[in-house]
Design a protein around this ligand. Structure first.
Ligand SMILES: [Zn+2]
Length: 227
């Protein structure tokens, strides 16, 4: 899953053309006949499903006289994929209640955050950064955290994603605090591990054991470590 702010920038750039008809096509692709795009109306711009790879370049000219150039993109026909706006952290329709319910599960919080059913647009960079900002250990079970902590984590997710999007739109680079770092901003040594549900997708995770201490469950056991 790509990070939401990166794909949303793409969406903002392409959205003025939604509703317009393609009047001329340039470029080539081995996968599809690009001329089949002629006279089609751009109905939506959904970017979560874009897979970039160095294979071709596409130019779409629209009836307004404007055009879009897609560099290094892979093209293929697919049945209309849709992202549920209720799970999109950058959407005004994002459903906080549903997200909070998901976060309260007795699973390590870093697994839940990457569950695209509840958090589409939340990728591995955002996961690492917001857990650091919220001072939550990635392996803490959501069920052990106070509702106020989970609310704060959600606020961090939304704020961080929208800040990233806006700096991206101004052409600025992201300066992570913990992601791929050896020290946290306070100078503590950062831990790194490959975390994910057993049998599921595992992602490299960075955290500061001092800023993000483990939460002990009622019986004194720390949050379960993964293999
Ligand atoms: Zn620290």
């Amino acid at each position: 899953m790509p990070e939401g702010p990166l794909v949303r920038k793409f969406q903002l750039l392409t959205s003025p053309f939604v509703g317009q008809v393609v009047v001329k096509v340039g470029g080539s692709s081995r996968k599809i006949n690009v001329n089949d795009l002629n006279a089609l109306r751009l109905q939506d711009s959904q970017v979560s499903y874009f897979n970039f790879s160095a294979s071709s370049r596409l130019v779409l000219h629209f009836e307004s006289g404007g055009f879009l150039v897609f560099y290094n993109c892979r093209m293929y026909w697919c049945s209309s994929p849709r992202t549920d706006p209720a799970s999109d952290i950058l959407s005004v329709e994002f459903h906080r209640g549903r997200a909070l319910d998901a976060l309260r599960a007795p699973d390590p919080i870093c697994y839940t955050l990457l569950d695209q059913r509840y958090f589409s647009g939340l990728g591995n960079i955002i996961k690492n950064e917001i857990l650091y900002l919220a001072k939550i250990n990635p392996l803490t079970q959501g069920s052990l955290l106070a509702l106020s902590d989970l609310e704060h984590l959600l606020d961090c997710a939304i704020q961080f994603s929208s800040d990233w999007l806006h700096s991206k739109l101004r052409g600025k680079r992201l300066h992570p605090q913990i992601y791929q770092k050896e020290q946290c901003p306070l100078g503590h040594a950062v831990m790194k591990g490959t975390l994910g549900p057993s049998g599921g997708f595992k992602r490299l995770t960075w955290w500061c054991p001092q800023c993000q201490p483990e939460v002990l469950s009622g019986d004194g056991d720390p949050s379960p470590a993964t293999e």
